[in-house]
Design a protein around this ligand. Structure first.
Ligand SMILES: [Zn+2]
Length: 379
C-alpha cells in the first residue's frame, strides 16, 4: 500500500508502552486514604491508549492508516534535548526499582522501557517523514512528553518526545520547525527546551492553569515569549475555561495561523491531547469531536501551505477513556481533510458560549502585534 500521499496516516506504535503501570489512587496521587470502595486508575493509564489504538484499528478511519513498529531510543539520542545528568537520574531510578519524580509522576518497573519506546517511536516517525516516505505520521505514544523539560520530569512526562523529534528535524536539515500543542495543559517542556531558539516556534493553547510547583515553574502566560534570539518564538495562548469548539477555532484562525504563515516552517509538529475535550477529568475546555476535526483541518491546510504537507502528530494527554479515542479519531479525520465526518459524536451536548473566549483571544492577538517582533503590526 502506498504511504507517501497526504491521504494516509502512518502510525508508530509499540505494545511495550502499555507496561508503564501508573497504579490507582485518589486521582493521580497514587494514595488511598481509605474512604472509597472503588479507586480509579491513575488518569494516565494504559486503557486510554488501548482505546486510541483500537479505534484506529477498527473505526471507519482504519482504511486510511498504516502501522509501523520502531526501536527504543538510544541514550545518545536523548541528549539532543535532555541533559546527561537528568538522563542519568532516570536510568538510576529504573535500576533502583523506581522513583517518584514529582506529583503524579512515578517511574515504576517497566516505565523506563516504555519511555524509551515512546521516544524511539516519535523519532522513527519523524525520520519516516524526513526520509520522504510519508507526509503525515502519528506517534501514538505513552508516557506522554510535553511537560518534560531538558532537566526535569513533570506532569506524567519523562522524555519530551515532540521536542526530541523537533530537534532531530533541525539536525537533519530543517530550517524552521513549528510545534503546535493543543493538549489542555501548557506544553512547558518544549517551551523550556527551545526558549532561546528562533528555529523552533512553540505555540501552546491551554487552560490558564499557571505554574503548578517546582517541577513546572513556567506560568504559560502571554509574557513568556522566549529569550535572546528566541524572543517572540514562544507563543502562549492561555484560554478561559470552557472555551469550546468555536473559541478554539477562533484562536487557530486568528492567532495560530497568522503566526505560522509569518514563520514559514518547513516542518510541523502537531502535539495532541484530548484532555481539552468536554468530558475530560483533567481539563475544562469543552472541545467536542467537531472542534477537534476543525483544528485538524486547519493544521492540515497550514502544513499544505508551508511545510510541504509534512506533519508529525504526537500523542500527549487525554484521560476520558472513551471520548479521548473518539476525539483522536475526529482530529485525524480533520488532518486527512475528509469531506464529511466519518464518525458521529456519541456524547456531545453542551451548549457553547464563546463570548468570553473571543475577547481573551482578541487581546492575546493584540499583545502579540505589539510586542512580538515577527508579528509586529499584525491585526
Ligand atoms: Zn494535558
Amino acid at each position: 500500500m502506498a504511504t507517501t500521499g497526504s491521504d494516509h496516516i502512518n502510525v508508530f506504535w509499540e505494545d511495550g508502552m502499555l507496561d508503564h503501570d501508573t497504579g490507582k489512587g485518589v486521582f493521580d496521587s497514587g494514595i488511598d486514604p481509605g474512604f472509597l470502595d472503588v479507586l480509579e486508575k491513575h488518569p494516565e493509564n494504559p486503557d486510554r491508549i488501548r482505546n486510541m489504538f483500537s479505534i484506529l484499528k477498527r473505526g471507519p478511519i482504519s482504511s486510511f492508516i498504516s502501522w509501523h513498529s520502531s526501536s527504543p531510543a538510544q541514550i545518545s539520542h536523548l541528549l539532543s534535548f535532555h541533559t546527561q545528568e537528568y538522563i542519568d537520574s532516570l536510568v538510576e531510578a529504573d535500576k533502583n526499582g523506581g522513583k517518584t519524580f514529582c506529583h503524579g509522576t512515578s517511574l515504576n518497573p517497566g516505565s523506563w522501557n516504555a519511555a524509551l519506546l515512546a521516544a524511539g517511536a516519535t523519532l522513527a516517525a519523524m525520520k519516516y517523514i524526513l526520509d520522504g516516505h510519508a507526509k503525515i505520521c502519528y506517534a501514538l505514544v505513552r508516557p506522554p512528553g510535553h511537560h518534560a523539560q531538558p532537566n526535569q520530569a513533570d506532569g506524567y512526562c519523562f522524555l519530551n518526545n515532540a521536542g526530541l523529534a523537533a530537534q532531530y528535524a533541525l539536525d537533519s536539515g530543517c530550517k524552521r520547525v513549528v510545534i503546535i500543542d493543543i493538549d489542555v495543559h501548557f506544553g512547558n517542556g518544549a517551551t523550556e527546551g527551545f526558549y532561546q531558539s528562533d528555529k523552533v516556534l512553540t505555540i501552546s493553547l491551554h487552560m490558564n492553569h499557571g505554574s503548578w510547583g517546582s517541577s513546572h515553574p513556567q506560568n504559560g502566560g502571554i509574557d513568556e515569549l522566549g529569550e535572546g534570539a528566541g524572543f517572540g518564538y514562544n507563543l502562549n495562548i492561555p484560554l478561559p475555561n470552557g472555551t469550546g469548539d468555536k473559541g478554539y477555532k477562533y484562536a487557530m484562525t486568528e492567532v495560530v495561523a497568522p503566526a505560522v504563515k509569518k514563520f514559514e516552517p518547513d516542518m510541523m509538529v502537531f502535539v495532541v491531547g484530548q484532555d481539552s475535550s468536554a468530558f475530560d477529568p483533567n481539563g475544562r475546555q469543552c472541545l467536542t469531536m467537531g472542534g477537534y476535526r476543525d483544528i485538524g483541518q486547519i493544521i492540515r491546510n497550514l502544513a499544505d501551505d508551508h511545510s510541504n504537507g509534512r506533519i508529525l502528530i504526537v500523542q500527549e494527554g487525554g484521560y476520558h477513556v472513551t471520548y479521548s479515542a473518539y476525539c483522536l479519531h475526529a482530529t485525524l479525520e480533520g488532518v486527512l481533510n475528509v469531506s464529511h465526518p466519518l464518525l458521529p459524536d456519541p456524547i456531545a451536548y453542551y451548549p457553547e458560549d464563546d463570548t468570553f473566549a473571543v475577547k481573551a483571544i482578541d487581546s492575546i492577538k493584540q499583545h502579540h502585534a505589539h510586542v512580538v517582533p515577527f508579528l509586529k503590526g499584525m491585526s
